[in-house]
Ligand binder design. Structure first.
Ligand SMILES: Cc1cc2nc3c(=O)[nH]c(=O)nc-3n(C[C@H](O)[C@H](O)[C@H](O)COP(=O)(O)O)c2cc1C
Length: 403
């Protein structure tokens, strides 16, 4: 359940901060990506290097540090995570969250997070029962902040009572429970069609015109939708990649075959993501026998293939359509123009000339372009991570349009 999930862990200045190292370790073992943000007080208890080593990610400790990426970090981090967890949550951070104070990196990022926020309070029994703390807890509960604990027991200050942080094992289990429930909800019942791979346009029985697309991006998108409960159909050009579990695959070879399979299924779909690299042209003549080598120059005549994305844009009713644009120059301008011309709702654009981007690689560097003209640039990440971000983005957009 935690595989590939991006979790922001806020660590504040409580004695239980040392236990958060175990939380990170457990989350990582279950495949989650953890981004630790520490308050200044937390660094008095555990050093950032401990969290950096265990999380294998940079640790955020200050608002005004040299940025670790070129983005405005507290905003980009907030946008990318699936959940935020504050553990231990001091009386102080709970008060700041309740009143909206943003005077350090953690309190600021927590105001920008749109994903669910979990807190694991940890403090002395008297601090926990203080009316100010109780009022803050009430405010946070009304705002749908999710509480894990605290429990009763022996406290570091020598007293016995309420306010002990829940054990790391229980905290991780709560997050897993959340993702289990969430999985069945987020896209369950939604019909999603994804296209993938590079089409092949035959010249004769043994040769074709093709491209370098491996299908990795499209297969990752199919997997990411299946993970959140969608009913996924993958219309795939030939690819070596294993079909993700729970995904129905329709194998095709040419652009025309892809056109007809996609168009036939389009009316019943809720979402269509066109990640395939479809040949723009095909040979006019498909020889029935293998073409013989003549030693002379060979001229091939090509005719345009039907444009699937354009046709979908014209026939669109309730469907949400996402196009892909693999560009080699001016990716953003070309992408924006393509999205408008083809009446898509979103476009994923990448400059295939960049190292770590494009065909065949396991990673990609993409920007999401939206119909309202806004855009989101993602740093280099695995294709599966991009796919999950895409699914999250589509889910957010669709829930906003319904509101
Ligand atoms: C040894 C020690 C242990 C502390 N443990 C806690 C604690 O468990 N819970 C808490 O709310 N505050 C605790 N505090 C007080 C916080 O560190 C203090 O309120 C601080 O301002 C919190 O800052 P932060 O919320 O930005 O991390 C402790 C302080 C010390 C010196």
């Amino acid at each position: 359940m935690l595989e590939g999930k991006r979790i922001l862990l806020g660590v504040t200045g409580g004695i239980a901060a040392y236990k958060s190292v175990e939380i990170v370790s457990r989350l990582r073992k279950k495949g989650a990506e953890v981004y630790v943000v520490m308050t200044k007080s937390a660094t008095e208890f555990v050093t950032p290097i401990t969290f950096r080593s265990i999380s294998a990610n940079p640790v955020y400790t200050s608002m005004f540090d040299e940025p670790k990426t070129w983005n405005i970090e507290h905003i980009s981090l907030a946008e990318q995570v699936d959940v935020a967890l504050v553990a231990p949550a001091t009386a102080n951070i709970l008060a700041k969250m309740a009143t909206g104070i943003a005077d350090d990196f953690l309190s600021t990022v927590l105001l920008a997070v749109k994903s669910p926020i979990f807190v694991a309070p940890a403090m002395n029994d008297a601090m926990y029962h203080h009316p100010a703390t109780q009022k803050n807890l009430g405010t946070l509960q009304e705002r749908d902040i999710r509480f894990i604990g605290p429990t009763k027991g022996f406290q570091a200050c020598g007293t016995e009572g309420d306010g002990r942080m829940s054990e790391p094992l229980d905290i991780v289990e709560e997050l897993e429970n959340y993702f289990t429930q969430h999985k069945t909800r987020e896209m369950s019942g939604k019909k999603v069609l994804v296209t993938a791979g590079g089409t092949r346009e035959p010249l004769d029985p043994v040769r074709y015109i093709g491209n370098f697309s491996s299908g990795k991006m499209g297969y990752a998108i199919a997997q990411a939708f299946a993970e959140v409960g969608a009913q996924v159909t993958l219309v795939s050009a030939p690819s070596e990649i294993a079909v993700p579990s729970g995904v129905e695959v329709v194998q095709i070879s040419t652009a025309e075959e892809m056109y007809s399979e996609v168009l036939q299924r389009f009316p019943e779909q809720d979402i269509v993501v066109k990640a395939a690299a479809v040949a723009d042209y095909r040979p006019v003549v498909r020889e029935t026998q293998k073409m013989k080598k003549s030693g002379q120059r060979l001229q091939l005549e090509l005719v345009p293939n039907p444009d699937i994305l354009t046709t979908l844009g014209q026939k669109k009713q309730h469907q949400f359509i996402v196009g892909f644009a693999a560009e080699t120059q001016n990716p953003l301008d070309n992408g924006l123009e393509k999205m408008k011309r083809k009446n898509s709702d979103m476009l994923v654009v990448n400059d295939v000339t960049l190292p770590g981007a494009g065909f065949g690689t396991d990673t990609n560097i993409v920007s999401f372009l939206f119909a309202n003209g806004s855009r989101r640039d993602l740093p280099k990440m695995s294709k599966l991570e991009i796919a999950r971000q895409l699914v999250k983005e589509i889910a957010n957009l669709r829930s906003k349009t319904k509101e």
